[in-house]
Design a protein around this ligand. Structure first.
Ligand SMILES: [Cu+2]
Length: 275
């Protein structure tokens, strides 16, 4: 039933674009979205999503539920890489999935909730998995087919740039709205938001990680608040920052570098305030 609803939404977007071709209605173009819109659900057991997706810019609404946190990462597989091989590497003890595909987006770890994202899809196979501690069993994939339905990225109030293992935040980041998340670095990054413990700073988190994570952490790790998630080298995604409670937060990247050190421990933590 869910799949059916998604298919209708996609078909509606296609029909809308076809109508524009006839000059039927210029106002439709300016309306909420000519981008196809689909919902991906993940709970503690599995991921529910369509098996085929249109190419181009697609709004992907990630809905999480259950008791544990969820952290979806989407990879567009490199040419010649099968889903089977990719999943083997992903589940392996020392596998590097970022070598076999480009990370195109997802969600930062979060408890039950919702994150609205937009991803750019190109024809081919996309595998996505719920990346939590230990090997994940929640993995699925879809095939991206056809010409792009939408060539329009969403309008953004600002863009976060992943540059030289740092997050460069746009002015007034923390206000709710759609933000771009772009990565000119040669490696993938993974943005997740945590609330800072009162009196602690982003620097305290970096030092705490460098010291091996002893004692009380400077952020509330028990309640990850989502964020843009993974983004591959030379790729961009979009996400809607929801209205957060007033306070101080960090956006951190917890992917390991080659030597195993977390990017956050190397300083990839940016602090922001919500008024
Ligand atoms: Cu990183």
């Amino acid at each position: 039933m869910k799949i059916l609803v998604k298919t209708i939404t996609f078909a509606f977007a296609v029909a809308t674009l076809a109508a524009l071709g006839t000059g039927a209605s210029a106002t439709v173009l300016a309306s909420a979205s000519t981008r196809p819109s689909i919902t991906v659900r993940v709970d503690d057991r599995r991921i529910m999503a369509p098996t085929r997706m249109p190419a181009g810019y697609v709004d992907i609404h990630i809905v999480t539920s259950g008791k544990v946190h969820h952290h979806l990462a989407f990879w567009h597989l490199n040419r010649g890489v099968t889903a089977k091989r990719f999943i083997q590497v992903l589940k392996g003890p020392n596998g590097d999935p970022f070598k076999l595909g480009t990370a195109i987006g997802g969600n930062g770890p979060m408890l039950a909730g919702r994150l609205d994202t937009t991803m750019r899809l190109v024809p081919g196979r996309v595998v996505f998995a719920d990346i939590v501690e230990g090997p994940t069993t929640r993995i699925t994939s879809f095939e991206v087919v056809g010409a792009p339905v939408s060539t329009q990225p969403p309008p953004a109030v600002g863009t976060i740039v992943n540059r030289s293992y740092r997050f460069v935040l746009p002015a007034h980041f923390g206000r709710p709205g759609v933000y771009g998340f772009t990565n000119p670095d040669p490696v993938a990054h993974d943005g997740v938001i945590y609330r800072l413990v009162k009196g602690k700073s982003a620097d305290d988190l970096v030092h705490w990680l460098q010291g091996g994570g002893k004692g009380r952490p400077p952020v509330v790790f028990a309640r990850p608040l989502g964020g843009p998630g993974v983004i591959g080298s030379h790729w961009t995604s979009w996400f809607r920052l929801p209205k957060l409670a007033p306070g101080r937060y960090v956006l951190g990247c917890f992917l390991p570098a080659k030597d195993g050190m977390l990017h956050a421990a190397m300083g990839m933590v940016a602090e922001f305030k919500v008024h």
